[in-house]
Ligand binder design. Structure first.
Ligand code: C2E
Ligand code: MG
Ligand code: MG
Length: 719
């Protein structure tokens, strides 16, 4: 048996070794790795196909017995070790061999050859040389690279996510399906002042809530209602926005966004400031900045709401206010005082109206009140009286005592209209009537007021055109000096012959011209025309020109007077300027300065219509007027009203003591003349003596009355 086996073995051995090189080569080629043996002289002893494949060599590129340097050239030629020279590669390989001294552990190298990752192992084999094995690990390396890349990507993504979350302007938290915190950002923690331990993943949402409530963030609607709302939002699993108001005044908007896993993301934004500024903007858009009263917009909204109350049968009223001569205060005392007056008026209206009623300011000196419900129009009449009285109380503002009257127009719903626009329009019409009827009063809307309004508009639009078309002219009313019985002066009075409306009284159009500011150019025309006419008169007869307070405020006045005088050649001493008490209302430095500057020119200044305005004797002390003209209304009553007559006497006496001449205006009867003469009045003006005259008649009158002057006139005409 043994012999048998042995025999067989011998036979096999013989067969095996018949071509041992062939066999070894076949065996070596079957190994999946590359393998080569280099001898001590660096010559290739043995290699397999795997070895040539690693370098991408063709068959025959490597040969047994080949020197390492030659092999290096072949390897380089096949495109490996890019950038190496033969010497470089040879040195690298020799170094690897030499490093593997006797007894050294095999050493591994990893390198990229062309597009493959190759791991080579160098091991010394005493007596043989070096055994080099090469393994293509491209796939494994690719896998590893992919893994590391994914890890790096993930890390990068996580970093980006964290940065994004932490840099969000809003607070963010992510909650898992078990209502535990997954993540929250620093803004979320800061918003609720969360301590570190409540920011950790896994924290129960209820713990965070409890902490928030205890820490001063109690919801305004109470924690229970708040939590119920939150639970409902969570269970509905829909995107939702909740605006949460807290007892500490904070308002937070929470956006709830469910996630697929049953959890959700919340973003929290503190909108307290935003809400506050929205509210501020809303308030500003609906209120007047100066008085903080509702403005036209809010008033219109309130009226729209009142419309439905009127439809249900309630009686309401719209009151439109206009402060009498407010412009004068504004222009003479300055805008600071004007503003303070408006604020006080607003406060007084607020104080007088019922709490739920709406008072508004529309700008300028326009106010309005929506009053009601009313039992009847009597209610609103009483209210208007109270308002006029309250606003009319003196105001002490920046050292000035200011008094301002009010005119009120009233439209009552439903009689005068049942919608806001109609009521406003009708209250406005009633206001014009109130102003026309002497101001300081109230008027209810009446049918036909529309026509009045149209008339006024016609005046407004016609003024400017009237001046260019030459529709204005002057008439001259003489003033007679009682001592000498001669005409001392003629007052220039303006007339307007309107192309459609005919002759219009200055009483009617001057207030309109004042309101729209047209009095300044118109007054300038009067001044120049009056000076021009007076310059043609003989002797020293003076011309009196009326100045409106509005004109008086204009800084141009002094220059206008100077140029009217120099252009006409009229000596300043022959010009008298008549101002009313309202000019003195200002008693500002500027007013007095202008008065003194006019006086310095040689012009005379008269106080016109004395007794009709505020009749403050202090005005007479503030400036040394040349003349006081006692208003017609006092003269009218001579013989019937003793009190008025006493006043006339007192004014004449006062004028005398202050060195001011007195003129009685509107003397129509002998009785009146006798009375004023008896009490020492210096001058009279009135229909008894003469009505206002045309330019021609005025000249005739003057010439007729003074022979010397007539001679002078004749001399001038000849000259
Ligand atoms: P006033 O300055 O007081 O002028 C006197 C007014 O009284 C004139 O009215 C005159 O015609 C009128 N009058 C004079 N005597 C009598 C009389 O015996 N009985 C009656 N019933 N009336 C008499 P007129 O011309 O209608 O002017 C009214 C007012 O218009 C003037 O009052 C003045 O304030 C203003 N006015 C007239 N012209 C001008 C002007 O050029 N500029 C300015 N700013 N105002 C003017
Ligand atoms: Mg006058
Ligand atoms: Mg007068």
């Amino acid at each position: 048996m043994y012999a048998d086996w042995r025999g067989r073995a011998e036979k096999m051995k013989t067969a095996f070794w018949t071509d041992d090189r062939q066999v070894i080569a076949t065996a070596l080629d079957a190994i999946p790795h590359g393998m080569a043996i280099w001898d001590a002289d660096f010559r290739l002893k043995l290699f397999n196909q795997g070895y040539t494949a690693v370098y991408g060599l063709a068959e025959g590129d490597l040969k047994p017995g080949m020197h390492l340097r030659e092999a290096a050239r072949a390897i380089l030629d096949a495109g490996n070790y890019f950038g190496y020279s033969v010497d470089d590669l040879y040195e690298v390989l020799v170094e690897r061999f030499e490093r593997q001294g006797e007894g050294a552990a095999p050493k591994e190298y990893q390198q990229i050859l062309r597009d493959r990752s190759i791991r080579s192992t160098y091991a010394a084999r005493p007596g043989i040389g070096w055994l080099v094995t090469c393994e293509d690990i491209t796939d494994a390396a690719d896998h590893q690279t992919a893994l590391s890349k994914r890890e790096a990507d993930l890390a990068k993504q996580a970093m980006r996510f964290e940065t994004a979350v932490d840099n969000m302007a809003h607070g963010l938290c992510m909650i898992d399906p078990d209502h535990r915190l997954v993540i929250c950002n620093s803004n979320y923690a800061a918003l609720y002042d969360l301590p570190e331990h409540l920011q950790r993943p896994g924290t129960l949402l209820t713990d965070i809530m409890d902490y928030r409530f205890d820490n001063g963030m109690r919801p305004k609607d109470g924690p229970i209602a708040f939590l119920q709302r939150r639970v409902q939002t969570i269970s509905e699993r829909k995107r939702a926005i909740d605006i949460c108001e807290f007892e500490n005044g904070q308002i937070i908007s929470v956006v709830h966004q469910p996630m697929a896993d049953g959890g959700w993301v919340e973003t929290h934004q503190d909108i307290t400031e935003q809400r506050r500024s929205e509210a501020r903007i809303h308030h500003l858009a609906r209120h007047d900045a100066l008085t903080d009263l509702p403005n036209r917009t809010l008033f219109a909204e309130e009226m729209a709401m009142a419309e439905s109350r009127v439809r249900r049968g309630e009686m309401m009223a719209v009151l439109c206010f206009d402060l009498d001569h407010f412009k004068v205060i504004n222009d003479t005392l300055g805008h600071g005082v004007g503003d303070a007056v408006l604020q006080q008026v607003a406060a007084r209206i607020n104080h007088t109206k019922r709490e739920h009623e709406t008072a508004a300011r529309f700008g300028g000196d326009e106010f309005a009140l929506l009053a009601g419900p009313l039992k009847g129009p009597k209610d609103v009449a009483a209210l208007s009286e109270r308002l006029i009285a309250a606003i009319g109380e003196p105001m002490d503002i920046q050292g000035h005592r200011v008094m301002i009257g009010t005119s009120i127009g009233i439209a009552v719903a439903p009689m005068d209209g049942d919608d806001g626009d109609t009521l406003m329009k009708n209250a406005d019409l009633a206001l014009y009537r109130a102003k026309g009827d002497g101001r300081g009063t109230y008027r209810f809307f009446e049918k036909g007021m529309d026509a009045t309004m149209q008339h006024r508009r016609l005046l407004e639009s016609g003024l400017k055109m009237g001046l260019t078309r030459g529709e204005f002219s002057l008439v001259f009313q003489p003033l007679m000096e009682l001592e000498s019985n001669r005409v001392s002066c003629l007052e220039a009075l303006l007339r307007w012959e309107h192309s459609e409306l005919g002759l219009i009284s200055p009483v009617e159009f001057i207030p309109v011209a004042e309101e729209i500011g047209f009095i300044v150019p118109l007054g300038e025309w009067v001044l120049r025309e009056a000076c021009r006419v007076a310059a043609t008169w003989p002797g020293d007869t003076r011309i009196a020109v009326n100045l409106s307070p509005v004109q008086f405020k204009s800084r141009r006045l002094l220059d206008t007077v100077k140029s009217a005088l120099s252009d006409s050649g009229l000596p300043p001493t022959r010009l008298e300027l008549e101002i009313t008490e309202s000019v003195m209302l200002a008693d500002s430095e500027q007013t007095l300065e202008t008065l003194h500057a006019l006086r310095a020119l040689g012009v005379r200044i008269s106080m016109d219509d004395f007794g009709t305005g505020y009749s403050s004797l202090s005005y007479l002390r503030a400036f040394p007027f040349d003349k006081i003209k006692i208003d017609r209304s006092f003269i009218e009553d001579v013989g019937t009203d003793d009190a008025n007559f006493e006043i006339i006497k007192a004014v004449i006496a006062l004028g005398r003591s202050l060195g001011m001449a007195t003129t009685a205006e509107g003397v129509e009867t002998e009785e009146q003349l006798d009375a004023v003469r008896a009490h020492g009045c210096d001058e009279i003006q009135g229909f008894l003596f003469s009505r206002p005259l045309s330019e021609r008649d005025a000249l005739d009158l003057i010439s007729r009355l003074s022979p010397n002057e007539r001679a002078e006139l004749a001399r001038r005409k000849v000259g």
